[in-house]
Design a protein around this ligand. Structure first.
Ligand SMILES: *Cc1c(COP(=O)(O)O)cnc(C)c1O
Length: 812
């Protein structure tokens, strides 16, 4: 790409002047960002085209990862890293007078996702390309990504994230690849040569136009495509859209409704809302995506019966489940297949990843809504359900309850998870514990029917962005210690185990952590004017705000610590800085109140001279991928404290571990697998087990009031939510939170786990006092984190579900 720094400087300078027609002195960081990313995009063009040519000529099997969310974050730095020119560019820019950090900040953070699920999709893209698999992303090009969060007077305020305002240097609009997606209308049937033909009339057409983003593999010329679909009106304004009357105003209405389809990302996480627009988005993604898949397959000149040999589709949660009836529709209506043959093909192509057991997140669409918006798709789902019921009745002749439990359409609702399991050949959970819960509880009926379809694929994160890019000094240290093979083989990070007791290495690791903490402290000072001590223990919880993630437990512990300090000002504790970052769904009242509580407690504690040398509380606004990259390398302690059984996997936990933070966590999600490797000595486990939690739900036997009445620490903290004092400035200020716990019998066992959580934190305090031991633990965390590289995860998906291998280019 750029041979050396001077070549790069010459090339960039020339482009800057050529493109902008201005002398170098008048060029801004924004200009540099734009021109530089444009240069990179151009330079990779040939490899991108070549990758696609190889796929076609070698007839490689293609994987398409369908997801409503891709939380990719900024691309410039990551692309430079993967192209192997990050250092060259950084040094060159510096000499030209443009600090890389400032240039990088010019890029919008692409926030096309809510949290873990969307970030997983982005990490998978990076691994697919880096491992040279033929794997692509299919998503929506939302005009507005996840809202930008401002904290005003302690409350969350949401601002629109118009990330495309400055343009997007990485995407290429491909109008030549557009497709038509149809909504509404009526299905008419006729018979042609003894065959029933289904035709939809009076539908409304929408144009799906793809924008392609190159996904650059690390250290190889392999470039995959993330294809994001944008919804546009079908006709130019001077012609009538098909199937519409000629009214001009009607056309304007149509126009507006079309554009709304790819207008914004729904800002909800772990919660399902049966909104028509959301259903439109989902079908738009599925229809445009599947049509595009079939078009690409068509270029191979193979019969569609061979589709399963050449195409795999993975759906990220149930959001894209409509790929199943959509593929059926295209095979039957457009390609003349009979039902059984179409079903077999569809089944072999589609795999489904389950992300949650939270009942409020399980998608169920109202039958009537689907029937009206997608009449032909609805007919197909009805037929799938009819045949499935026959199959179930044959298998379970005397169990009508089981049949209705498992049916796809029941109580006037379409259960997307059932459709996805029955219509695909694979269903996977995202951590060992989660998959076991699916098999034994949530999807037990389906596991008994289709045991061979169930499998586990523990989530992962790309170590390129989350270690090499976010924490370059630590990455350099690892390489210094044991060479650079770990970069291509992250599991070899376990070579660090042998260095964990090495005092010199421990010191180096400590030094890097300290520098990262100093950088974060500087950021906090700049943003909030609050000084935090980099020598204090940085205890961090960053993730979406949700009751099950239990930010409340963390705050209650902080209030408790504060109470103890007020009672005993000389109490000997390791100074701590508690840091939070979290967005709440705009309609999630309780979550927003918890943000207010955190900020209220923070203001009180930070303003109290008596404790401010030992206790600080910071809420960082607008948690996002870019902010995560700043925060996580600076963590000493990682808070992963969800109610056991509720967090399917978590991926934040893995990022922290890889950056040498120690976890305080429940036996939930992937924490269980972390614990398996690390043991009790190297992480701080507390709280109820998943089984205990589920038994309480099933059999009762827990009373929040009893906890409140029997534990004076709990009593004190709870009362402080409603009485003026260290938390409230007026009576009943946080009565809503107080009641959410006591009146709903503490659904997430915050009070139940409080005592063991305090104990875990006492152990953290003790452990931190022995710095050498602490850093030994930190090194062991890094050493064992290779298993959580998304490279490992993707290899498992590839070999066990998709049946693909890395692409080997034949000599031409
Ligand atoms: C990794 C990540 C998440 C997921 O964090 P969890 O702790 O697993 O919920 C959410 N948001 C962003 C920006 C992330 O980078």
């Amino acid at each position: 790409m750029f041979k050396d720094k001077d070549t790069f400087k010459r090339a960039l300078t020339r482009q800057l002047v050529d493109k902008l027609g201005r002398p170098l002195e008048e060029v801004s960081e924004a200009d540099v960002y734009k021109v530089l990313s444009g240069m990179i995009r151009e330079q990779i063009g040939r490899d991108w085209a070549q990758t696609n040519t190889v796929y076609k000529e070698q007839k490689e099997k293609q994987v398409y990862y369908f997801s409503m969310e891709f939380l990719i974050g900024r691309l410039l730095g990551n692309n430079l890293l993967n192209l192997g020119v990050l250092e060259t560019v950084r040094d060159g820019l510096k000499e030209l007078g443009f600090p890389f950090g400032e240039v990088e900040e010019q890029e919008s953070d692409a926030g096309l996702g809510n949290g873990g699920l969307g970030r997983l999709a982005a990490c998978f893209m990076d691994s697919l390309a880096s491992l040279q698999y033929a794997g692509h992303g299919t998503g929506i090009r939302y005009k507005y990504g996840l809202f930008e969060q401002k904290i005003m007077d302690g409350n969350q305020v949401e601002l629109p994230d118009y990330w495309l305002q400055k343009g997007n240097e990485w995407e290429i609009r491909r109008p030549d690849k557009q497709v038509e997606v149809r909504f509404w209308g009526n299905v008419v049937t006729r018979e042609v040569q003894g065959r029933l033909i289904f035709e939809t009339i009076q539908y409304e057409s929408v144009r799906g136009v793809p924008y392609d983003v190159p996904i650059i593999g690390f250290g190889n010329p392999h470039i995959n495509t993330l294809r994001l679909w944008s919804a546009e009106s079908m006709m130019d304004p001077f012609r009538q859209p098909s199937g519409q009357d000629g009214s001009y105003y009607r056309y304007l209405d149509y126009n507006r409704s079309v554009e709304s389809i790819s207008e914004f990302l729904y800002p909800d996480d772990s919660h399902y809302e049966g909104k028509l627009l959301r259903l439109k988005q989902q079908y738009f993604l599925c229809s445009a995506g599947v049509q595009s898949v079939l078009r690409t397959f068509g270029k191979l000149n193979l019969p569609l019966t061979e589709l399963p040999e050449k195409v795999a589709i993975q759906i990220n949660d149930t959001h894209p489940t409509l790929v199943i009836p959509e593929l059926m529709r295209l095979l039957i209506d457009d390609n003349g297949f009979g039902w059984d043959e179409a079903w077999e093909i569809t089944n072999k192509v589609v795999g489904y990843t389950n992300h949650t057991i939270l009942s409020e997140a399980l998608e169920k669409w109202p039958q009537q809504m689907v029937k009206e918006l997608l009449p032909r798709i609805y007919m197909i789902i009805e037929e799938i359900d009819r045949r499935f019921r026959i199959q179930l009745n044959e298998r379970y002749p005397d169990q009508p309850d089981r049949v209705s439990r498992m049916a796809i359409i029941e109580h006037n609702q379409i259960r997307m998870a059932h459709l996805a399991i029955h219509g695909g050949h694979s269903i996977n959970g995202v951590a060992a514990l989660h998959t076991e819960i699916l098999k034994k509880r949530e999807m037990k009926d389906f596991y008994e029917l289709y045991p061979e379809r169930f499998n586990n694929k523990t989530n992962g994160i790309t170590h390129r962005r989350w270690l090499m890019y976010a924490n370059p000094d630590l990455a350099a240290l690892v390489t210094e210690c044991m060479g650079s093979r770990w970069i291509k083989h992250p599991q070899e990070l376990n070579g660090l185990i042998k260095c964990c007791k090495d005092a010199a290495f421990q010191n180096e690791v400590a030094k890097v952590k300290k520098q990262n903490k100093e950088r974060l402290a500087a950021y906090i000072l700049e943003k909030q004017g609050i000084t935090v001590d980099p020598n204090s223990l940085f205890d961090i919880q960053v993730k979406r705000l949700h009751a099950y993630k239990r930010q409340l437990l963390n705050v209650f512990h902080i209030i408790h610590l504060y109470n103890q300090l007020k009672e005993n000002p000389n109490m000997d504790i390791v100074p701590r800085t508690f840091i939070f970052g979290a967005k709440a769904a705009p309609s999630y009242y309780l979550a927003k109140r918890i943000i207010k509580l955190i900020n209220t407690v923070a203001a009180r504690i930070n303003g109290d001279k008596a404790v401010r040398d030992v206790l600080k509380v910071i809420f960082l606004e607008n948690y996002s991928v870019s902010l995560a990259q700043k925060i996580i390398p600076a963590a000493d302690v990682s808070e992963q404290i969800s109610t056991a059984s509720k967090e399917a996997s978590g991926t934040g936990n893995m990022k922290f571990m890889m950056n040498g933070a120690l976890t305080v966590g429940t036996m939930d999600g992937a924490n269980v697998e972390m614990h398996e490797m690390l043991g009790d000595e190297n992480m701080f486990i507390f709280g109820l087990s998943a089984e205990q939690v589920q038994n309480f739900y099933q059999y009762g036997g827990y009373s929040a009031w009893d906890m409140y009445n029997s534990d004076s620490r709990i009593h004190e903290v709870m009362d402080q939510l409603i009485a003026p004092g260290p938390v409230c400035s007026q009576e009943n200020e946080f009565r809503d939170i107080y009641q959410s716990i006591l009146d709903h019998n503490d659904e997430y066992f915050v009070l139940k786990d409080f005592s063991s959580y305090i104990e875990a934190h006492l152990n953290i305090d003790l452990a931190y006092r022995n710095q050498s031991d602490w850093h030994q633990k930190a090194i062991l965390n890094i050493a064992h984190s290779g298993k959580f590289s998304s490279d490992c995860t993707i290899r498992e998906y590839a070999s066990e579900i998709w049946k693909i291998s890395p692409v080997k280019r034949r000599q031409i």
